[in-house]
Design a protein around this ligand. Structure first.
Ligand code: FAD
Length: 382
């Protein structure tokens, strides 16, 4: 069975691996010209960690983790208000936590499939037409026939648009995020630091490359794309007068076009498949970074879908995959929406309450609560 996997991100590459392992022939079409470079950091825990271990790449990932000793919440003068230290993080994740750059995970996933799966870079899927026997995918300069198509092309999925139309499935969470690498002039590389003011937040952490940090900005905002050329100006406007090292981080920002910026948006669809086309990962169930479980759920969707396709016809497999995963995704989306309301508090009172709460919960007694919050247990049977 020849299956087009649209999108060579975490979901698409994980799916390609498991489809091949289960005897099918995936072809990955990835829009970008090469594997992703740089990007942002995340913690691979729970289901994502479990699947990486089943793929035999957890060891390689462990050798490439980010150097993070603690997660600190600071005030405008850099004084630590609350700290999540490595021992507590270990308790929460039961020692199964890999702090990674997104690009590192994709790198290792590409390595894991490189010899067995055809990956076509620089090949965006533009549109799809399906009939009873297959799907015709259109790419720049041509088209090709497949038995099935899986859209793993992220939150702005073209496959989703092709089969469900429009953008009416996006729920904006009232925040925009932006990030870029900056020089570490602060010796801050081994700590992930959060600094929050009413309506805006800055986070920094090391990339593992000597002297380099990622600066991540979150701010309350209306939905709507910001043209690439206007991104830096937008950040300078929103963060004007902000404390801590914020002005210096913005002074070190790269050219506006190199800044990643996107609205924090969840995707909610009545169905995740139609005919011979299905969606996985952010394309159908984007949780946003607030949930801290988007990578896990993207890998889980890929794993479960491949498992089902190996044992049933595509109609049954798509339905079983959705039945298994949707409740997990919907629950995490709901929790992320609740958390998003307090992540960047709008007022000084809200911020004071958040600081108090952070100090209160960062202790061993709350490890089980934090374990649920970060999805640190796998949803897959052992
Ligand atoms: C700043 C930021 C911080 C985050 N932090 C965390 C975190 O801490 N923890 C966590 O779990 N998650 C985090 N996330 C979310 C996480 O990155 C996503 O949930 C996860 O990457 C989803 O994987 P995916 O493969 O579905 O989508 P993506 O990773 O978006 O991959 C989609 C791929 O499809 C390609 N593509 C797009 N359109 C086309 C097309 N038409 N044809 C072919 N290819 C196409 C793209 O180039 C991309 O490679 C964060 C996200 C952001 C933006």
């Amino acid at each position: 069975m020849k299956i087009l996997v649209a999108g060579g991100g975490v979901a698409g590459l994980t799916l390609a691996y498991w489809l091949h392992r289960r005897g099918m022939t995936p072809v990955v079409a990835e829009r970008s010209p090469e594997g992703r470079l740089g990007g942002y950091g995340f913690d691979l825990v729970g289901t994502g960690h479990d699947i990486a271990a089943r793929m035999g790449i957890a060891g390689r990932l462990a050798a490439r983790t980010l150097p993070i000793d603690s997660v600190d919440f600071v005030d405008g003068s850099g004084r630590t208000l609350a700290r999540l230290g490595a021992p507590l993080l270990d308790r929460i994740t039961r020692g199964r936590n890999l702090a990674l750059l997104h690009s590192t995970l994709e790198d290792e996933l590409i390595e894991a499939v490189r010899d067995d799966v055809e990956i076509r870079f620089d090949l965006p899927v533009e549109s799809l037409v399906q009939d009873a026997d297959g799907v015709t995918a259109r790419f720049p300069g041509g088209e090709e026939r497949f038995d099935l198509v899986v859209g793993a092309d992220g939150v702005h999925s073209a496959v989703r648009r092709a089969i469900f139309g429009g953008d009416g499935h996006a729920r904006h969470l009232g925040c925009t995020m932006a990030c870029f690498p900056v020089p570490d002039r602060y010796g801050a590389g081994r700590v992930r630091t959060h600094y929050t003011e009413p309506g805006r937040q800055v986070v920094t952490y090391g990339t593992g490359r000597p002297g380099e940090l990622i600066a991540l900005f979150l701010f309350r905002d209306e939905p709507g794309p910001v043209p690439r050329a206007a991104r830096l100006d937008r950040l300078r406007d929103v963060f004007a007068g902000a404390g801590w090292i914020t002005p210096r981080l913005l002074a070190d920002a790269p050219e506006s076009r190199e800044i990643f910026m996107d609205a924090m948006t969840q995707i909610e669809l009545p169905r995740w498949h139609r005919g011979r086309v299905a969606l996985i990962g952010d394309a159908c169930g984007c949780l946003t970074l607030v949930s801290a479980q988007g990578v896990s759920m993207a890998m889980a969707g890929a794993y479960v879908l491949a498992e089902q396709l190996a044992t049933a016809d595509h109609r049954t497999a798509f339905a079983r995959y959705e039945r298994r995963l949707r409740p997990e995704v919907v629950r995490r989306q709901r929790n992320a929406r609740l958390f998003a309301r307090t992540l960047v508090p709008a007022t000084r009172t809200g911020l004071a309450a958040q600081n108090l709460m952070s100090r209160f919960v960062m202790r061993d007694a709350f490890a089980p609560l934090l374990r649920r919050r970060f999805g640190a247990d796998s949803i897959l049977p052992a």
